[in-house]
Design a protein around this ligand. Structure first.
Ligand SMILES: Nc1ncnc2c1ncn2[C@@H]1O[C@H](COP(=O)(O)OP(=O)(O)OP(=O)(O)O)[C@@H](O)[C@H]1O
Length: 324
């Protein structure tokens, strides 16, 4: 899932600002999201994730800053931006009184698709999202997972090139979450750009090419999951030796190292980069010490979150109810 640096940007933003009264919600946000990639905006409750999505999808106006979405200026060409994007928000667009198919056809009508084309796309999406059997059932009878799938399918009726997913799996059980992830990966495989907000570190880790961490209205970190994990202390390489003598010799070679006599292992602080690993191996090579194995331990995103925001991740907070 690597993004090419050569891919043109689907979304760029410079200096986005938004306040409600004296509360500064976004305090200068810069973003560049290449086409065909998944970008995750990660942040605790109230960090400003939804506000960012609302601004970029032209639902609300920023107080300052600029953004281009699909090459269109979000203020001067707002209508063109809207035609290029799909938005699945925290509040479901699904109409409970309609069937799955009727919900999809309604979206097709709103997108001004000819009736036959709307029917064709609805049928295709129902099949792809495994909702064919539920096509003629009213959405009121759907489980949370089915509803989310239908919601996303409705966003896809107009085949947008850029999709904003605001907390797409909040409140879903693990199985439904995995199904959503697969659907999201499929979309990107077809060239769609995904802008995702999430409170789930694992979700960002699993899906996103790049992750930005939003805290108090600012992006406090941005990079791939691996880059973010390397930015914080706690990473190390662990060398395993076959006997105590080798372990002792090796321990003498490295200035800072944690020796465990019992497991015959040596832990050396490391950022996990190739250059650092090479340096460790070079030291062993030149002194003729043989390690049995080497493993790299990078901190997980939980550590990153805690270090950079000073707050634990929100995975355990009570989940929000979607308005129906
Ligand atoms: N219309 C509004 N009027 C006043 N304050 C608002 C409004 N919309 C959002 N806020 C405030 O802006 C802050 C950011 O809200 P936002 O919904 O963007 O956060 P979030 O990161 O999406 O969090 P959550 O996961 O809870 O949705 C919050 O403190 C919220 O109370």
């Amino acid at each position: 899932m690597s993004t090419s640096n050569a891919a043109p940007a689907a979304i760029t933003a410079i200096g986005l600002r938004k306040s409600y009264g004296d509360k500064v919600v976004l305090d200068g946000i810069d973003l560049t999201i290449p086409e065909g990639s998944i970008f995750a905006l990660l942040g605790p409750n109230g960090a400003g994730k939804t506000t960012t999505v609302e601004i970029l999808s032209t639902l609300i106006a920023a107080d300052g800053g600029e953004a281009q979405i699909a090459g269109y200026d979000m203020v001067r060409q707002a209508a063109k931006v809207r035609r290029s994007i799909g938005v699945t928000g925290q509040f479901s667009a699904v109409d409970n009184l309609l069937t799955a198919e009727e919900n999809l056809m309604l979206m097709a009508d709103l997108s001004h698709l000819p009736k036959a084309e709307g029917k064709r796309r609805s049928a295709h999406l129902l099949e792809r999202f495994d909702l064919t059997e539920a096509a003629h059932k009213t959405a009121a009878t759907f489980s949370g997972g089915m509803r989310r799938k239908l919601d996303l399918a409705m966003t896809l009726v107009s085949s947008p090139g850029i999709i904003f997913l605001d907390e797409p799996t909040t409140g879903l059980d693990p199985r439904s979450r995995r199904i959503m992830w697969e659907l999201i990966r499929d979309l990107v495989g077809q060239g769609t750009t995904i802008f995702l907000t999430t409170q789930y570190l694992e979700e960002a880790d699993q899906l996103a090419d790049r992750i930005a961490l939003l805290d108090h209205g600012r992006l406090v970190a941005e990079g791939t999951a691996e880059e973010l994990k390397r930015r914080i202390p706690g990473g190390h390489v662990r060398l395993q030796f076959s006997d105590a003598a080798e372990l002792d010799t090796a321990a003498g070679l490295f200035g800072v190292a944690n020796k465990d006599e019992e497991s015959l292992t040596l832990q050396i602080p490391s950022d996990g980069s190739v250059a650092n690993l090479r340096a460790v191996l070079d030291v062993l090579d030149t002194t003729g010490v043989t390690a049995e194995s080497l493993t790299v331990h990078t901190p997980d995103l939980d550590d990153v979150f805690l270090t950079l925001t000073g707050k634990p991740a929100q995975d355990t907070t009570p989940q929000k109810e979607s308005a129906r």
